[in-house]
Ligand binder design. Structure first.
Ligand code: P6P
Length: 345
């Protein structure tokens, strides 16, 4: 018999709901859910844990630096880029949940090889966004987007499955590898946006930021002012405006991490705006539509924010090519509206 008079034993706190528990709970609320999306999230979560394990010791694992290759974007490929890309493909391609994948690091659609079965979803990702930050130990991230396939089931997925607008995204999210590692996802405005923080001692993502909502206005703007000489006059007009005290309107602070996933994550939590406008070097913008701008726009809108190309809603853009680029104004609804209005003049 337990000694009831003894002082209660202080047990270690159980951190809370894991990502998998959260997804299974959500799946139970959807009577037609097959569990395939939950399974796909588990595969993406496993890849994120594996990538996080390498990112956290990149300096020790001899995995810093360049591979000597150049990717489809014409960018020097970092070893961690390649590792993250391979990890995501290997964790997902055998899982039977997707019909085809698209990656920033791979020029063509990534087919699901025989004998692995094809599923009803389509996954696109930037395996390691902001890889220029790897060697200086600044935040980087993985961005992903999930659509339903549009080609007939029972066939291998094709490019047609990948070229879908962001408004048809089923789920999207990102993993940020920073002072802590977080997995943030949304299945749309009705489900909200939820953030999970990784406990490496347990190897699980635990719910730490339920129902993230972005303020309607912030006090921070995020843009690479080193590109000022390449911008159109409208962009310069907005940047001059946003950093002026004007009556009751205070000048905004500038924050720029150089990895969109980190700049957007800060904007999502604190409010404000991140902008990558078109410029002389990138007349259509630098950022990629399908696996950078669209998934982050989906999450930001689900949190109550906005995302524009400067001329239209990012999620309404119908892509014409896998690695299509776009300009991007993303963040608090009022800040995005101000920027788009002032840039347009
Ligand atoms: P710049 C990283 O290479 C990236 O694609 C985004 O993550 C980031 O916001 C942007 O490019 C940074 O570009 O021209 O300011 O270095």
């Amino acid at each position: 018999m337990a000694n009831r008079s003894a002082a209660p034993v202080a047990l270690p706190a159980i951190p809370g709901q894991t990502l998998e528990q959260h997804l299974i709970h959500r799946q139970r609320t959807l009577d037609q859910a097959s569990g395939e999306l939950t399974s796909l999230f588990s595969q993406i979560s496993l890849a994120a844990k594996i990538i996080a394990s390498q990112v956290s010791k990149a300096g020790l694992a001899g995995i810093l630096g360049l591979t000597g290759e150049v990717n489809v974007q014409g960018e020097e490929v970092k070893k961690l880029d390649l590792f993250a890309n391979t990890t995501l493909i290997r964790c997902v391609q055998q899982g039977g949940c997707v019909a085809v994948m698209g990656s920033e690091e791979v020029e063509e659609p990534i087919a699901i090889p025989e004998p692995y079965p094809c599923g009803k979803y389509v996954l696109q990702f930037d395996p390691l966004d902001g890889s220029g930050n790897i060697d200086i130990n600044a935040s980087i991230g993985t961005i992903f987007s999930i659509h339903r396939r549009v080609t007939p089931s029972g066939t291998r997925g094709t490019l047609e499955d990948l070229l879908q607008p962001g408004r048809d995204i089923v789920a999207a999210g990102y993993v940020i590898y920073g002072s802590s590692n977080m997995f943030v996802y949304s299945m749309g405005p009705a489900d909200g946006v939820h953030g999970f923080t990784y406990d490496p001692s347990i190897g699980e993502f635990f719910l730490s930021h339920p129902n993230i909502e972005i303020p309607s206005r912030g006090d921070t703007y995020s843009i690479n002012e080193g590109n000022t000489h390449k911008w159109e006059p409208g962009v310069r007009r907005w940047v001059d405006w946003v950093k002026q005290d004007d009556g009751d309107r205070k000048a905004y602070r500038l924050r720029y991490i150089g990895a969109m996933v980190a700049d957007v994550h800060r904007t999502l939590l604190n409010g404000g705006i991140f902008v990558y406008p078109p410029d002389r070097k990138n007349p259509r913008g630098k950022l990629r539509l399908l696996y950078e701008a669209s998934p982050l726009a989906f999450v930001t809108e689900a949190a109550g924010g906005a995302a524009s190309t400067g001329s239209e809603r990012v999620l309404d853009v119908v892509p014409g090519a896998l690695h299509e680029r776009t300009s991007l104004y993303i963040g608090s609804k009022d800040d995005v509206a101000d920027a788009v209005r002032i840039v347009a003049g």
